[in-house]
Design a binder for this molecule. Structure first.
Ligand SMILES: Cc1cc2nc3c(=O)[nH]c(=O)nc-3n(C[C@H](O)[C@H](O)[C@H](O)COP(=O)(O)O)c2cc1C
Length: 216
C-alpha cells in the first residue's frame, strides 16, 4: 500500500510540473476580420506590458502571433514583414511551457525542437518571462543567403536581419493589441543557454526576444 501511495504521489508531482509537447502543432488559418481594431487604434494602444499571467493562448491567437511574426501572405511566398533582397534570414522560435518550437511559415505550423519548459532560458533574469504564454525568439540564419541573387557583406546581412526583426516585433505587438494580449520586446536574452537548448548552430545569431501572453 505504501509503495502504491508513493508511486501515485510521484505521478501526481510529475503531471503538475511537466506538460506533454506535440511533435508538431498545425496552426489554424488566420482569419482576417474587418471588425477588429484599426491599425491606428492598435498603434495608439501599443505599450510594453510585463504583467503576464501563466495562461495558455487559444490556438487561433497562437496562430495569429506566429503569422504576424513571419507568416506568408501572398502566393509568391512574400511575408507579412519586409526582408532585404527578399532573403528570409530571420527564423522564429516559439517557446511555450510545453517546449521550444520552430515556426515553419510554408506550412504554417510549429515543429518541436525540445520538450520542456524553457521559457526562463530566454531571459537573463526577468521573472515575468516565465509566465508569458509564448516567448518568441528571433534568430538570424546566414544559410538563407546561400542562393541569393546578390550576397551582401556579413555586417550588412546582420544589419538587414535586425531591421526585419524590428518589423516582426512591431507586427506582433499590433496583433497582440487586437487580441487583448500583452507583449514585451526583449534584448536581454541568455543567448549561450538558449543556443544550447534550442540546438542552434554556432553561426546563428539571436537577435531579439518577445514575450506575448495574457496579462492582469
Ligand atoms: C531593442 C529593444 C530591446 C528591449 N529590451 C528589453 C528587455 O530586455 N527587457 C524589457 O523588459 N524590456 C525591453 N524593451 C522594452 C523597452 O523597455 C520599452 O519598449 C520602453 O521602455 C518603452 O516602453 P513602451 O514599449 O511601452 O513604449 C526593449 C525594447 C527594444 C526596442
Amino acid at each position: 500500500m505504501k509503495k502504491f501511495l508513493l508511486t501515485l504521489a510521484v505521478i501526481v508531482m510529475m503531471s503538475a510540473t511537466s506538460y506533454a509537447a506535440q511533435n508538431e502543432i498545425i496552426l489554424p488559418t488566420v482569419e482576417v476580420k474587418s471588425k477588429e481594431l484599426s491599425v491606428t487604434q492598435a498603434l495608439q494602444q501599443r505599450r510594453s506590458n510585463r504583467n503576464f499571467v501563466d495562461k495558455d493562448l487559444t490556438s487561433a491567437q497562437l496562430s495569429k502571433i506566429l503569422w504576424a511574426a513571419n507568416g506568408i501572405t501572398h502566393d509568391d511566398g512574400k511575408r507579412v514583414n519586409p526582408a532585404a533582397l527578399g532573403v528570409q534570414s530571420v527564423e522564429v522560435y516559439a517557446v511555450t511551457k510545453e517546449g521550444i518550437y520552430l515556426y515553419d511559415p510554408a506550412n504554417h505550423k510549429l515543429k518541436l525542437i525540445a520538450e520542456g519548459d524553457f521559457r526562463s532560458v530566454t531571459t537573463t533574469g526577468q521573472s515575468f518571462v516565465g509566465k508569458a504564454a509564448v516567448n518568441l525568439v528571433y534568430v538570424e540564419t546566414p544559410d538563407a543567403w546561400a542562393n541569393a541573387r546578390m550576397i551582401p557583406p556579413r555586417d550588412a546581412q546582420i544589419s538587414f536581419a535586425n531591421i526585419t526583426a524590428g518589423a516582426m516585433v512591431q507586427s506582433v505587438a499590433l496583433i497582440a493589441e487586437t487580441e487583448g494580449l500583452g507583449n514585451c520586446v526583449r534584448g536581454s536574452i541568455n543567448r549561450d543557454e538558449f543556443k544550447k537548448v534550442a540546438k542552434l548552430s554556432d553561426d546563428k545569431i539571436i537577435l531579439l526576444a518577445q514575450s506575448v501572453g495574457k496579462c492582469d
